[in-house]
Design a protein around this ligand. Structure first.
Ligand code: THU
Length: 160
């Protein structure tokens, strides 16, 4: 028997330390929280996707009385981007969340299903997607989806 470790590295920024295009992306994600449909959780999440050509597609969480039928902000934004620009790689995804009318102090990190969908996009274009997770106190930046989804399952896992 041997033990192994998985390490994940990420950067912690203040808003003003971020490059301008990432600041803009976070502002979009924050703005999107205003349009979230969250009558059940009252937890508003916004997500904004930056494409390689500079375009931004954004979305928010959409809930449903049949709870599992709703969708997280990350998947709404990412599916929207991939639906509209199927040929253009995704460069970055920013996420912001509000609870009780206030942005969260520390970043939220995406659910497992959203991580898997992000991984599909990263794999599809074979280009790393940076993840920007917004908190009022600090912003986490991961350089690729695989950093938050180690030991992942992709198409390659089905080959021998
Ligand atoms: N949610 C997101 O939209 N993104 C996340 O990263 C975490 C959770 C949504 C799903 C649901 O509408 C609400 O937040 C509470 O879980």
């Amino acid at each position: 028997m041997k033990k192994q470790q998985i390490n994940t590295e990420f950067s912690v920024y203040t808003f003003s330390e971020l490059p301008e295009n990432y600041q803009q992306l976070l502002v979009k994600a924050k703005e999107q929280t205003a349009n979230a449909y969250v009558p059940y959780s009252h937890f508003s999440v916004g997500a904004a996707v930056l494409l390689e050509n500079g375009e931004i597609f954004a979305g928010n969480n959409q809930e449903n009385a049949a709870y599992p039928s709703g969708l997280c902000a990350e998947r709404v934004a990412l599916f929207y981007a991939n639906a509209q620009r199927p040929e253009i790689p995704v460069r970055a995804l920013a996420i912001a969340a509000k609870t009780n009318g206030e942005f969260v102090e520390n970043p939220i990190s995406p659910c497992g299903a959203c991580r898997q969908v992000m991984l599909e996009t990263e794999t599809r274009f074979a280009k790393p997607i940076s993840l920007l997770l917004y908190g009022k106190n600090e912003i986490y930046v991961f350089d690729r989806v695989t950093d938050i989804l180690p030991l992942s399952f992709t198409e390659a896992s089905m080959k021998k």
